[in-house]
Design a protein. Structure first.
Length: 190
C-alpha cells in the first residue's frame, strides 16, 4: 500500500506545483493585458484631444498648415493602429509625440495663442495625459518584465512552454531621435 501512496503523493505534489505555476503565469499575463489597456486608454485620450488642439492653434497660425496637417495625419494613423501590438503601436505613437512637440513649438511663435485660455487648458491637459502615458508605459513594461522572467525561469519555464505562454513585447521607443531631447529653434523642433 505504501508503494502506491508514495508515487501518488509525489504525483499530487507535482500536479499541485504545476497548477500553482500555471496560475502565476495567468496572473502575470493578466497584468500585462491590464498594463496595455492603461496605455491604450491614455493614448485614446490624447488622440481625442488633438482635434481641439489643432483647431485652437489653427485659428492663430494659419500659415503653419504643414505642421497642422502632419499632426492630423498622424492622429488618423494612430487611431488606425489602436488594435495593433505594442511594437507597431509604439512607432506610430512616437511619431505622433514628435508631431505634437513640433506643434507646441510652433505655438511658441504666437503670443496671443500662448495667452489664450482654451489653448492653455488644452496644453495642460496634454501634459497631464503625457505624464499618464509615461506612467502606464512603466507599469506595462514592469508587468512584461515579470511575465517574461517567469516564462524564462526554471522550473516555471516547463509549465509555460507546455501551455503555450509566450514572452510579451516591451513598449519601447525605437528611434534614437525620439530618445534624445528635442532642440527648438525658430519655432521648429530639430
Amino acid at each position: 500500500m505504501t508503494t502506491v501512496l508514495v508515487p501518488a503523493a509525489l504525483l499530487a505534489l507535482l500536479l499541485l506545483w504545476a497548477v500553482l505555476i500555471y496560475n502565476r503565469l495567468v496572473a502575470k499575463r493578466q497584468k500585462v493585458e491590464e498594463g496595455w489597456s492603461g496605455i491604450d486608454v491614455q493614448l485614446k485620450r490624447r488622440t481625442n484631444l488633438i482635434p481641439n488642439l489643432v483647431e485652437t492653434v489653427q485659428t492663430y497660425a494659419t500659415h503653419e498648415r504643414e505642421v497642422l496637417d502632419n499632426v492630423t495625419a498622424l492622429r488618423t494613423k494612430a487611431e488606425a493602429a489602436q488594435s495593433g501590438r505594442a511594437a507597431e503601436r509604439s512607432v506610430v505613437e512616437s511619431e505622433l509625440s514628435g508631431a505634437l512637440l513640433n506643434l507646441m513649438a510652433v505655438a511658441e511663435n504666437y503670443p496671443d495663442l500662448k495667452a489664450n485660455q482654451n489653448y492653455l487648458a488644452l496644453q495642460q491637459t496634454l501634459e497631464e495625459i503625457e505624464d499618464h502615458i509615461q506612467m502606464s508605459r512603466r507599469y506595462y513594461n514592469g508587468a512584461v518584465r515579470n511575465l517574461n522572467t517567469l516564462i524564462e525561469s526554471f522550473p516555471s519555464n516547463l509549465v509555460a512552454g507546455r501551455f503555450g505562454f509566450t514572452k510579451a513585447t516591451y513598449y519601447e521607443v525605437d528611434s534614437l531621435k525620439d530618445r534624445s531631447l528635442p532642440k527648438i529653434s525658430g519655432g521648429k523642433v530639430t
